[in-house]
Design a protein around this ligand. Structure first.
Ligand SMILES: Cc1cc2nc3c(=O)[nH]c(=O)nc-3n(C[C@H](O)[C@H](O)[C@H](O)COP(=O)(O)OP(=O)(O)OC[C@H]3O[C@@H](n4cnc5c(N)ncnc54)[C@H](O)[C@@H]3O)c2cc1C
Length: 295
């Protein structure tokens, strides 16, 4: 493996992905690169393309199940200028690396609401756009006005909302390089915004295994059903394979009880899919992105 140098960026070789995912599983990426500004990002993209290296963008790793063999090629994480945001009126221009819960709380400090339901989504702006993350109250795509992505020639392209398709936990931004986004929020009153944030957070605390190693909902809700309800009715709560367990608190969560492998979690996913299919003739489609593999 030849050295990978991108001036100013932090490059690590064979970096364990378990250290960068909320599930805390995943083998090493050949290279893990933290880029701090647009110039470094453009240089990295050019270098990876020149060497035919696959390039994967990782946000907070909160929707990823990385294979035990890790990820071949380069995993890029956007830090520095991508972790900043600016406010103008009711619009926020945020870097793709901004952590969504922090954004929601800091917007509240500036009397900006309209994004409160996303306070419990522990991902970055980039990850939330790629996934069209959301809750039953709000999806990321709803509040987006435009997204700036990196073009092949190293320049930024501004895409307006109607050039992007957002669907249930997916968007046509997947596979692009998301750099910044402009969100249209609502001017409001802190006395309304802060209690709303607290309400969304305490609901999660009550219903989800907060504080454990997990990836949020593992499966998408099939049309007309809730995945958690199907899994619970199939009697799978608490089912354990290796060190991975279907949460006793929320059946659509799989928890790493400490020391789980990606294979434990994959096996549990397949077992759950099989059992739900057998019992209800319904296929569960993973919401978690399963990435990586052997050479
Ligand atoms: C406790 C918990 C609760 C959760 N609750 C919710 C919820 O209520 N609703 C919900 O939708 N999700 C939820 N999730 C899942 C997850 O937080 C979201 O999917 C989140 O948007 C993922 O963002 P991320 O930055 O972690 O992206 P990652 O998991 O790192 O990546 C996800 C995808 O985004 C892509 N991506 C990331 N950054 C970029 C970029 N700059 N350019 C291009 N592509 C990029 C990646 O390549 C990957 O395909 C939850 C997760 C946890 C752990």
């Amino acid at each position: 493996m030849k050295e990978l140098i991108v001036l100013g960026a932090a490059v690590k070789e064979r970096e364990p992905m378990a250290q960068h995912t909320t599930l805390a599983v995943g083998g090493p990426a050949d290279w893990y690169v933290e880029v701090f500004n647009l110039e470094q990002l453009a240089a990295l993209v050019k270098k990876a393309r020149g060497r035919a290296l696959p390039l994967f963008f990782m946000g907070a790793g909160s929707n990823l199940l990385v294979d035990d063999f890790g990820i071949r090629g380069v995993v890029a994480h956007l830090g520095g200028e991508f972790e900043k945001f600016t406010v103008e009126g009711d619009r926020v221009r945020a870097g793709a690396g901004v952590f969504l819960p922090t954004l929601v709380k800091q917007c509240a400090d500036q009397f900006l609401g309209g994004i409160e339901p996303l306070v419990g989504v522990p991902g970055t702006v980039g990850g939330a756009l790629a996934m069209n993350a959301g809750t039953r109250d709000l999806e990321m795509g709803t509040i987006v006005e435009s997204v700036e992505i990196l073009e092949r020639d190293g320049t930024l392209k501004n895409m307006l909302k109607d050039e992007i398709k957002f669907s249930y936990r997916s968007s046509t931004l997947q596979g692009t390089t998301i750099c910044f986004a402009t969100l249209k929020l609502k001017r409001g009153n802190k006395d309304d915004i802060i209690p709303a944030i607290q309400k969304f957070l305490s609901y999660r605390l009550k219903t989800q295994p907060i504080g454990t190693l997990n990836v949020g909902s593992v499966f998408k809700n099939p049309p007309g059903h809730f995945a958690a309800e199907l899994i619970e009715k199939a009697g799978l709560k608490g089912l354990t394979i290796g060190r991975a367990q279907v949460s006793g608190k929320h059946a659509n969560f799989i928890v790493n009880c400490g020391g789980a492998t990606a294979q434990d979690i994959k096996d549990l996913i397949m077992t759950v899919q099989h059992a739900v299919k057998e019992k209800f003739s319904i296929s569960l489609d993973p919401e978690v992105k399963i990435v990586g593999g052997p050479r």
